[in-house]
Design a protein around this ligand. Structure first.
Ligand code: ADP
Length: 428
């Protein structure tokens, strides 16, 4: 395997992530592979100084906004990354291919391809992330043992997934032809994969959905993609790309330290794992439920939540959540509408997070991709150093502002049921 030399002090990889927890997931995967990673929230200022950084991950909140907005922001992020000299762009979406009816995976990938890929080169589409139980077999995406469309993703409040065939899901979002490279080809090695890419591009096919059954497949793909200016996928494939670049064991001195102090969890994710994590936490620590309908009726839910935190945070972590069952979410959406329910919930949880920081909170877990986007924006966090993962895809971040905060952004389905109890002592 040939390692492309990386210029010292120039990050080789620039990631554009379509949500904040997905960005943390990819950043944590890169740290696990020995890379030094900075994560930004929104598009950083061109004057941002970079020292000792291998990879930059830009977190956007473009998964469920109108497609044109997602395209515009993603292109701006790509230009910023190019201005830091990155050699390879990675468009990161969810390993469960979370999309609205309009996209946004297809439109964003099309725009990036248009600008950064020379005619004829195929662009890989690799949602599969075996470490998280997301595998792609014959183009069909599985979440654990379930077809995507039969997994809990069918109930997602914003991007319910009713299909599992990735080429078909993507083809509905783009005019560029979508093809597929099966696991047999991938098991035959990087050269065989490249030959398949070539055959697809000769047939005027622009996207290659790749099977990924285990991490070996990601390693082969990483080697096959070394010279691709644009790669798209879930968090899994960046691990393969890092190995192909010659990932290393991070020295102890590169370890990111994080502040200690009062701790809280804010959860807007309604995913099954978040619900299990809340049920486990509730058995030993206090929780406060935020009801979107009560907010709509003008009740001071934010004030009540902060009173609750004031009374309980000194004794240990507290949890404030809007998390509810699929039936309850449908009821709320029926009363308020899907978009308004999400907007009001995200806004209230963000105001609560701001209040928590004012109350002295120094360690904050946020559960939910959209929720994390809203909270991080309202806290005004712009960059963070990425520490080690608590569990695959879930690293602690330390903000780079003077008033340091340890923040952990957890995507709905990640982690195990004890995460909200166990994350605090991890790697201290
Ligand atoms: P995940 O990472 O699990 O997908 P997200 O935060 O991305 O979580 O998405 C959950 C969405 O559901 C958010 O927009 C949130 O505001 C919304 N939401 C949270 N609680 C409720 C509720 N009780 N009723 C309706 N919508 C809700």
């Amino acid at each position: 395997m040939s390692n492309t030399p990386t210029k010292a002090d120039v990050p080789w990889l620039g990631v554009i992530a379509d949500d904040y927890t997905g960005a943390s997931d990819v950043a944590g995967t890169l740290v696990r592979a020995g890379m030094r990673v900075v994560q930004t929230f929104g598009i950083p200022e061109p004057s941002m100084q970079l020292h000792d950084v291998d990879c930059i991950v830009i977190s956007l909140k473009t998964r469920s906004v109108p497609a044109a907005e997602a395209v515009e922001e993603s292109l701006a992020a790509a230009h910023a990354l190019k201005s830091w000299g990155v050699q390879q762009l990675y468009f990161k979406y969810c390993s469960t291919f979370d999309s609205t009816a309009e996209g946004n995976i297809g439109p964003v990938a099309d725009a990036l391809r248009n600008e950064f890929v020379s005619d004829g080169q195929v662009t890989v589409v690799a949602p599969g992330t075996p470490a998280l139980g997301r595998t792609v077999y014959n183009g069909v995406l599985f979440a654990g043992m379930d077809l995507l469309q039969e997994s809990s993703m069918r109930h997602h409040p914003l991007t319910p997934m009713s299909g599992s065939n990735v080429p078909r899901l993507l083809q509905a979002q783009t005019k560029t032809l979508v093809g597929h490279v099966g696991y047999n080809a991938i098991e035959a090695g990087a050269a065989a994969v490249q030959a398949h890419f070539q055959a697809l591009s000769t047939a005027s096919i622009g996207y290659a959905v790749v099977d990924t059954l285990d991490d070996r497949h990601l390693t082969v793909l990483g080697a096959a993609l070394l010279d691709h200016p644009l790669v798209t996928g879930g968090s899994g494939l960046v691990g393969g790309l890092a190995i192909a670049r010659g990932s290393r064991v991070q020295p102890e001195s590169a370890r990111v330290t994080r502040p200690a102090g009062p701790a809280a969890i804010v959860a807007g994710s309604c995913s099954e794992m978040t619900r299990a994590q809340i049920d486990t936490f509730r058995q030993s620590r206090p929780c406060f439920l935020v009801d979107p309908v009560a907010i709509a009726e003008g009740q001071d839910v934010v004030g009540e939540a902060l009173d609750f935190a004031r009374k309980n945070m000194e004794d240990g972590p507290v949890l404030i959540h809007s998390t509810a069952s699929p039936e309850e979410v449908s009821r709320v959406q029926g009363q308020l509408g899907r978009a308004r329910a999400a907007e009001m919930t995200e806004e209230s949880l963000s105001t609560i997070a701001e209040g928590l920081i004012r109350l002295g909170c120094r360690q904050l877990i946020v559960a939910g991709g959209e929720t994390s986007g809203a909270v991080v924006r309202s806290l005004g966090i712009s960059t963070a150093r990425v520490g080690r993962e608590v569990t695959p895809g879930v690293p602690w971040l330390t903000t780079e502002a003077d008033d340091e905060l340890a923040i952990l952004l957890k995507s709905g389905n990640l982690g195990d049921p004890r995460l909200f109890l166990d994350a605090w002592d991890h790697d201290r």
